[in-house]
Design a protein around this ligand. Structure first.
Ligand SMILES: *[C@@H]1O[C@H](CO)[C@@H](O)[C@H](O)[C@H]1NC(C)=O
Length: 312
């Protein structure tokens, strides 16, 4: 009896090990084959991943509003990671600066909250230079804008650049939520998602007021800028339509009845979700989660992003 029990347990263990082996070999897929990662991701990995985006937001908003970043405001949160490259104080009107400063401090809180939940990692190298944003805009328009787009030049440019930022985090949190196990993780992500989507709504709202204004000196409307950026993100993300500009064809508006699109959402106005792979393809600007670049010259950090980089 005892012997039979022992034998069957061994058999079961062997089976489990066999399947684990099969499973772990299946994760060694090549990025170039365009396969979606099948790695099991735990709460820790899923909570750690958005630190990459929160670091970018914190630095972009702090620098934009104050002319300095985490190294002055909350140095312990950097964990010694390199300072961002090329970030600057933006030339903002008082209202925009006020709003961006609030976002900046909200991001400091988000970094702290995530780091209280998981160990995390030091600030990754970020490329927040005007040229880095100009690159995205050129890519979005399919041609170089002359003069190059400068996110720090004025409020409207800065808001257009900001349009690129919290929305990516928002879709990531929507994507992460159903994969989380622990109640505390779900609570944290819901709280982060709510404020990220609030920031996105404020940015979109401010831009929407000026949707038909032409951005100087390009003669292109604000709405057109948002449409181009959203189209680029859909293209790079390779996950279908998950991004929409401020003015859309009627069929894409809420209930197919309006072309104003102050918030992005699917046919039922439910927020879109993105996987970490989709997000990395976008923020690297490469369309490939294994090929770093764009805002993350050395790649993003954390287990999810690093395991993808290793495959390259
Ligand atoms: C930042 O991006 C710009 C534009 O792509 C590039 O010229 C510059 O070398 C980048 N800097 C770093 C440190 O990656």
């Amino acid at each position: 009896m005892a012997m039979a029990w022992f034998t069957s347990t061994t058999t079961i263990t062997t089976f489990i090990l066999f399947f684990l082996l099969l499973y772990s070999s299946s994760i060694l897929v090549e990025c170039t084959q365009g396969l979606i990662s099948s790695e099991p991701t735990g709460d820790v990995d899923l909570l750690e991943f958005p630190l990459n985006l929160e670091y970018l937001e914190a630095e972009f908003f702090l620098w934009g509003a104050l002319g300095h970043g985490l190294d002055q405001v909350a140095p312990q949160l950097t964990q010694g990671g390199p300072p961002p490259f090329g970030a600057r104080k933006a030339n903002l009107d008082p209202l925009t600066r006020d709003v961006i400063l609030q976002f900046a401090y909200q991001e400091v809180g988000h970094l702290r909250a995530i780091k209280e939940a998981v160990t995390g990692f030091p600030r990754p190298l970020l490329n927040l230079s005007a040229a880095s944003f100009a690159n995205v805009i050129n890519h979005a328009f399919g041609k170089p804008l002359v003069p190059p787009f400068d996110p720090y030049a004025n409020s409207i440019n800065y808001l257009i650049a900001s349009y690129m930022v919290p929305y990516i985090g928002l879709t990531g949190y929507v994507g992460a939520n159903p994969k989380l196990q622990a109640e505390t993780s779900k609570r944290l992500v819901a709280g982060l998602l709510a404020v990220e989507s609030g920031q996105d709504a404020v940015i979109r709202g401010l831009l929407y007021q000026r949707a038909l204004s032409r951005v100087k000196p390009y003669g292109v409307s604000v709405a057109e800028f948002t449409n181009k950026i959203s189209e680029l993100r859909n293209k790079l993300g390779k996950g279908g339509v998950k991004d929409e500009g401020l003015i859309v064809p009627l069929v894409e508006g809420a209930e197919g009845k309006v072309s104003g699109n102050i918030l992005a959402g699917d046919q039922n106005s439910i927020a879109y979700d993105r996987t970490p792979e989709e997000i990395l393809r976008i923020v690297y600007g490469s369309g490939d989660e294994c090929v770093p670049g764009g805002f993350y010259p050395k790649g993003a950090d954390g287990k999810i992003a690093r395991s993808l980089l290793k495959r390259n």
